[in-house]
Design a protein around this ligand. Structure first.
Ligand SMILES: [Fe+2]
Ligand SMILES: [Fe+2]
Length: 352
């Protein structure tokens, strides 16, 4: 996909903001800082999207609009988006239909990104549809973590804007009715992994987003199979082997690798997420599957997710769960330096 963007604005700051917000969607980003430069660019190159400020260092950007609309130029039919601090309501009302979007400075960044996405992909569902495709997961944690709600909501919002996640979610047949196990599982997992991550002092937005991605995607290969999805460890899997068909057994055994293979070439999903998904049923011993890999091959970020996943299902499976019982079982299940560090974070989370 080679898409070209032209930003016409005399403010370096606005160029930077716009580049940060939308440059990923373009292979070429060109800039013009005045009317003459802008017209020169528009005469010689074809752009997929043009962003234009009305006030260009004293000169009126309306000259550029006039050039675009009234002259025979290669961008005559191309979408352009107006941003301005000087724009009046009457101007907005008069021209709104002519432009792909009109934004008053300071403008809402999410709305701006949404407008550019819609301009480039007019047939794709807009953000609100995308948000509907990826269900909101909520969960009241059975313990208190200060500011967890804000952290979780902000990471959820960022991740749910990823169009690749929407596409993946559309391929997953998830029962969205109230009380559905998968959504409860994802919701609790997002919250517990975020809480553990904060307790480990890894509470950057980037890290929290990785846990949200992993929570949504880790069981994607079996998300419609409620009969298969609640397997906790290799012992549990072997005990149920006889009741599964050979294909179903293989599917459960390999579901972490199948999901990881589906996301490993998506550049917008961080590579840590691929490792987390691959390792989400590994315990660092023979209880894990599919690799039964040793604890020293499990990355610290995967270890946090593995523990959050284990605790999530422990809580969902035991109405009378207690943190003392869970911590006791943890000691016999998880060994090694990486899991010892997670244990300290877990104690902090559960006891506070
Ligand atoms: Fe899971
Ligand atoms: Fe799983």
């Amino acid at each position: 996909m080679s898409k070209k963007l032209l930003i016409i604005d005399d403010s370096v700051e606005i160029h930077e903001i716009i580049t940060n917000l939308i440059s990923e969607q373009f292979s070429i980003v060109k800039s013009a800082t005045n009317v003459d430069e802008a017209i020169e660019e528009l005469k010689t190159e074809i752009f997929d999207c043009i962003i234009l400020d009305i006030n260009l260092g004293g000169k009126n950007g309306a000259h550029v609009i006039k050039f675009l609309i009234d002259t025979n130029n290669p961008n005559q039919e191309k979408p352009f988006i107006i941003i301005s601090g000087l724009i009046g309501d009457s101007f907005v009302g008069k021209y709104k239909r002519k432009f792909a979007g009109v934004f008053l400075k300071p403008f809402d960044h999410d709305e701006f990104i949404e407008c550019v996405e819609k301009t480039l992909n007019p047939d794709k569902p807009v953000l609100n549809d995308a948000l509907d495709a990826i269900p909101e997961v909520k969960c009241d944690l059975p313990f208190t973590i200060p500011f967890i709600e804000e952290k979780v909501q902000s990471a959820l919002q960022t991740v749910r804007k990823n169009s690749h996640l929407r596409e993946l979610f559309e391929t997953m047949k998830i029962d969205r009715s109230e009380g559905n196990y998968i959504l409860a599982h994802i919701g609790l997992l997002v919250n517990i992994s975020t809480a553990l991550s904060i307790a480990m002092e890894w509470n950057t937005d980037k890290t929290l987003c990785k846990f949200v991605y992993a929570a949504y995607l880790h069981d994607m290969a079996i998300s419609d199979r409620i009969d298969l999805v609640r397997i906790r460890d290799a012992k549990d899997l072997e005990s149920k082997k006889k009741s599964f068909s050979p294909d179903d057994y293989k599917l459960v055994l390999n579901h972490p690798l199948i999901a990881a293979a589906k996301i490993e070439n998506i550049t917008e999903i961080p590579s840590d997420v691929v490792h987390i998904v691959k390792q989400h049923h590994e315990f660092g011993n023979d209880l894990g599957f599919p690799g039964q890999i040793s604890a020293n091959r499990i990355s610290p970020i995967s270890a946090v997710f593995i523990v959050a996943h284990d605790l999530t299902d422990y809580i969902l499976d035991n109405a009378l769960w207690s943190y003392q019982d869970y911590l006791k079982s943890y000691r016999s299940k998880f060994k090694g330096a990486t899991f010892n560090k997670v244990y300290s974070a877990l104690e902090k989370v559960l006891k506070e």
